[in-house]
Design a protein around this ligand. Structure first.
Ligand code: MN
Length: 255
């Protein structure tokens, strides 16, 4: 190799090295090279931070009479917004948190810095739970499970009615505040579980949730007061089964 060819080779190697970091793909993401979420231009400065309150995909009154507008407005605009603000406050102390996917953090809370671990567990957990919850409700969605989810529910529980009874029982017996879930476990099997407070099914090793129902009093007290069972019965009328089916297929593919 003469000197000119050698120089060419050096230059092309340097160019490749320069370009490599711009190659975006799953491998790069696995190495933590994902960019932090950018703040949407139309969000107020108060929303600054890696986490943002997702919009409801429907009006506050869209789920009436099953879930009332006043509850939806307070629940989304105040309760969920507070979880987002508190999660951003935790991420401000440890900016590396904002670089990681939310589910990675919630599946491994032990690796979260101790001074913000409880705040992350409660508030990033609350953000994740509620983001899922809003999408799992819809006016006029499919009334029963669809697709692969329908077959999986039939196999695991018998039918949708039996599943609802199992979720309702988990929700009714959750003492105090928490959630009931139809989750997918490590092996890819459906499981009905409940979690206290804002704990997520990710924290105990599940792949994620197909659907979940919030049984904090703030989710139902204005309309149903102490009648959690009545709220649960009504809630099934607004479940977005198409979204649940999509969640299930995504979780089946998740290793
Ligand atoms: Mn809630």
């Amino acid at each position: 190799m003469n000197r000119r060819d050698h120089l060419k080779l050096m230059l092309s190697a340097a160019a490749a090295a320069t370009l490599a970091p711009f190659a975006v793909g799953p491998a790069g993401q696995a190495l933590g090279q994902t960019k932090p979420p950018e703040k949407p231009a139309d969000k107020p400065a108060a929303a600054a931070g890696p986490y943002t309150l997702p919009p409801l995909g429907y009006g506050y009154d869209a789920l009436e009479p099953h879930v009332d507008a006043e509850t939806m407005k307070l629940h989304h605009d105040k309760h969920h917004a507070t979880y987002v603000a508190n999660a951003n406050a935790a991420a401000a102390k440890h900016p590396e948190l904002g670089q990681k996917p939310i589910e990675t953090i919630l599946a491994d809370l032990a690796s979260v810095p101790e001074d913000v671990r409880t705040a992350v567990r409660n508030n990033l957990g609350g953000h994740w739970n509620h983001s899922l919850f809003w999408d799992l409700m819809t006016p006029g969605g499919a009334k029963e499970p669809t697709g692969k989810l329908k077959a999986a529910i039939a196999e695991a529980f018998g039918d949708a009615g039996a599943l609802k009874e199992k979720v309702n029982a988990a929700a009714a017996t959750r003492f105090g505040s928490g959630w009931a879930w139809l989750a997918v476990d490590k092996a890819g099997k459906l499981a009905v579980v409940s979690t206290p407070n804002q704990d997520t099914p990710l924290a105990d090793g599940h792949r994620g949730a197909v659907l979940g129902v919030d049984v904090w009093e703030h989710a139902y007290y204005l309309k149903y007061q102490n009648r959690r069972a009545d709220y649960l019965k009504a809630w099934w009328n607004v479940v977005n089964w198409d979204k649940a089916a999509a969640n299930y297929e995504k979780l089946l593919a998740k290793a």
